[in-house]
Design a protein around this ligand. Structure first.
Ligand SMILES: *Cc1c(COP(=O)(O)O)cnc(C)c1O
Length: 425
């Protein structure tokens, strides 16, 4: 059983709450970097191994800059993510641009940055032709469809997913790239999500190695780049075990030796988001109300604006009441935010120690798809992010949103003046 711990002292969290106010997302830089090093070590048998951080997980340039110190690149899927990458000095083959339903200007920008452009569909060839773009480095996203349900690795239903293209279409793309004289051709897939078990993860790797061989046999092309996507899961629940990263690396090594003779220069990579930052981020929020009706409710000062996953997917996030980690869990609460949506609950019927108004509540595993997924429904504002650096120093890496930010796109008489009556810019 994986004990859910917090890498910061209670005192540090209280100090930060006193200085910056609640709620806040807090990230552990040392945890993030140690984790990346572990992944890189597990794949160090291959000198071309690379991790591209899926920026959408935690799109903060301070985090990206920190990851860059370990040669972690960017997996981008929007203009915003491309601009963030450019700004922290990540460009060229350090960016994979993996988007779908892509606006023209994003292809143009990705091409300007020299990114590896990962096409989602065969129709994107027409887009590139129309835009007169011949990328230096191109990649094609594979969707295996029902074919994936082979071996033991039955993972989701790719045929219901909107991403990627069929093998036949992918071969058409390879022909196109050859005709254009593009010498750097890659393949990509992303068929799993939040997977904790090795068979699913290794199944993807085996599938991609097989595809690389098929392309070589049919088209005479040795791919320069194989991207297994993201999808490595994290144990959100205390009874789940983390992915055996060393076992994954070792399993991949065996598959490579078995299947990949003559692919010595091929870059193999992951573009993980969740597994890189997820467990090293926490949402700290304060209990501000207690309500007793048919159930006991604890109202906190964060809401779905800060963390959507429980409301959106019914996802479990572990909850620790600060200073009461070892107290008996003899109360049952729904821990809720303030949105006028009944799904705005961080925990439902959760056994917890008695919570008093003013208690700090730590919601675990919010380092990926936490702040980034938040939204402004009900006019709720998204909150600050705090990074605790490897050397222990504390930095606010994003301030709180203000009502002025929220209303910035509205031009209406007296709105600014009335906003100023209730808040400061
Ligand atoms: C979301 C996404 C990822 C990252 O997924 P994780 O589950 O966070 O590892 C990687 N690649 C693509 C194309 C994605 O859409």
């Amino acid at each position: 059983m994986n004990k859910k711990t917090i890498p910061f002292s209670d005192e540090l969290i209280r100090d930060i709450a006193a200085k910056y106010g609640t709620p806040f997302h807090i990230y552990d830089e040392k945890g993030i970097l140690d984790n990346v090093k572990r992944l890189q070590k597990a794949f160090s048998w291959n000198p071309n191994f690379h991790e591209y951080f899926a920026v959408k997980a935690t799109p903060n340039p301070w985090i990206m800059k920190s990851l860059k110190t370990l040669n972690v690149g960017s997996d981008c899927s929007s203009m915003a993510e491309l601009v963030l990458s450019e700004t922290v000095g990540i460009r060229g083959e350090e960016i994979v641009f993996s988007s779908n339903d892509t606006p023209d200007e994003e292809f143009i920008k990705a091409n300007e940055l020299g990114a590896i452009i990962n096409l989602d569909d065969v129709s994107n060839l027409d887009d590139l032709d129309r835009l007169h773009i011949v990328p230096e480095k191109i990649c094609f996203r594979y969707n295996p469809g029902p074919e994936l349900a082979r071996g033991n690795a039955i993972i989701g239903k790719p045929e219901e997913a909107k991403y990627g293209m069929t093998k036949e279409q992918l071969m058409t793309c390879v022909d196109w790239a050859k005709k254009k004289g593009i010498s750097y051709i890659g393949i990509h897939t992303m068929v799993i999500s939040a997977e904790l078990e090795l068979p699913g993860l290794l199944g993807t790797i085996a599938m991609m190695f097989d595809l690389a061989n098929e392309i070589r046999n049919e088209k005479g092309v040795t791919v320069s780049f194989i991207d297994f996507g993201g999808g490595i899961g994290i144990p959100y629940r205390p009874e789940q075990n983390p992915v055996d990263i060393e076992g994954l690396g070792e399993g991949a090594r065996k598959l490579f030796e078995e299947k990949m003779k003559g692919f010595d220069h091929t870059r193999i990579c992951f573009e993980c988001g969740r597994a890189i930052t997820g467990p090293y981020g926490f949402l700290v929020t304060k209990a501000i109300h207690y309500k007793h009706i048919y159930r006991d409710y604890i109202g906190v000062d964060a809401c779905m604006a800060d963390l959507m996953r429980p409301g959106m997917y019914g996802a479990y996030h572990h909850v620790t009441v600060l200073g009461k980690a070892d107290a008996p869990k003899d109360h049952v609460y729904d821990v809720v935010g303030s949105l006028c949506e009944n799904c705005d609950k961080f925990a439902i019927q959760r056994p917890l120690p008695e919570i008093k108004t003013g208690d700090l509540i730590v919601i675990h595993d919010t380092g990926a798809h936490g702040h980034s997924m938040g939204y402004n429904y009900n006019g709720r504002l998204r909150h600050q992010e705090i990074l605790v650096h490897e050397n222990g120093s504390v930095q606010q890496i994003r301030r709180n949103e203000t009502l002025f930010d929220l209303f910035a796109t509205l031009d209406f008489p007296n709105l600014k003046e009335n906003t100023a009556k209730v808040t400061k810019e």
